[in-house]
Design a binder for this molecule. Structure first.
Ligand code: ADP
Length: 270
């Protein structure tokens, strides 16, 4: 698998993008590496034209008197679509960077208690500034097998979403376990998800209409990545939600000491 007895990936993260230099990689790692490089390059290449569009739109918006009234609305639509594209490009770059972090890490026993506690601590001030109480509850010591960077990414996505789509109340990260599984729930008192939207939330680039209309939105990639990571470790993810009162994202993984089979090796996400 990736990072286990394979080659060494040298990662250089610069101002403009990510460069990945490889030294004798295993064939699987080579194709994975190529995909990461493509992701990094694509997002980097998108930035130039996007900045050009953005600048032109801003210049035009500064002189509304030169624009036909009928076109004013179209111009702001172009502006917000451009912002959306920039977010996606930035997310893709982030994705490539995080993949680069993961490549050298071999699957190991990961204690979820400190990992989740640290993440919650990282976001607790942001949450408080937003008027939301973010808490962590643990009812067992829980260990799973995988790459810590991947678990961090997965739970960061869920916590960030919960905070992004909650305007009042609280967000709770709950860790527990059953006989064979680690269970993590990220529960919020946010806007919720409509029943007809529930099957779509884990699809790539899907966003609810409400989320789409937000000026500072994400790319719709977060939950697709979250799901890919979960399944990579033989886990499951599902969501229950009531529109207007909140959502609960559940993640389940085989416990480290209950895992007879080794987790599958890293695969390109997507
Ligand atoms: P985004 O970058 O838009 O947050 P995600 O893939 O993380 O992308 O989420 C997809 C969509 O699912 C979001 O746009 C939003 O409509 C919905 N969603 C995700 N998490 C929540 C949540 N905790 N509460 C309400 N809606 C959510």
């Amino acid at each position: 698998g990736l990072g286990v007895g394979g080659g060494v990936a040298l990662v250089l993260v610069g101002v403009g993008g990510v460069w990945l230099t490889r030294i004798s990689l295993h064939p699987i790692e080579q194709s994975y590496h190529r995909l990461m490089q493509f992701t990094a390059d694509a997002s980097h290449e998108l930035r130039g034209p996007l900045t050009a569009i953005k600048t032109s739109v801003e210049v035009m918006q500064r002189h509304p008197e030169r624009i036909h009234p009928r076109d004013i609305k179209k111009l702001s639509a172009i502006a917000s679509a451009t912002t959306q594209l920039s977010t996606m490009a930035a997310d893709l770059l982030l994705l490539a960077r995080m993949d680069a972090d993961t490549i050298g890490q071999s699957p190991q026993t990961v204690l979820l208690n400190p990992l989740l506690r640290n993440l919650v601590e990282l976001y607790v001030d942001n949450a408080r500034a937003q008027g939301i109480e973010l808490t962590f509850t643990e009812s067992a010591i829980v260990a799973v097998i995988g790459q810590p960077a991947q678990f961090n990414r997965l739970f960061t996505n869920l916590i960030q979403n919960a905070l992004q789509y909650t305007y009042q109340g609280w967000v709770q990260v709950r860790l527990s376990c059953s006989r064979r599984h680690a269970l993590v729930a990220v529960v919020d008192t946010g806007i919720g998800i409509a029943p007809q939207d529930l099957p779509q939330v884990f699809e790539r680039f899907w966003r609810a209409d409400k989320a789409r209309s937000q000026p500072a939105g994400g790319s719709g990639l977060g939950l697709a990545i979250t799901k890919a990571i979960t399944e990579q470790y033989g886990g499951k993810i599902w969501v229950t939600s009531t529109i207007g009162s909140g959502s609960c994202f559940h993640v389940q993984f085989p416990l480290a000491n209950a895992t007879a089979v080794k987790p599958r090796s890293s695969q390109p996400l997507g």
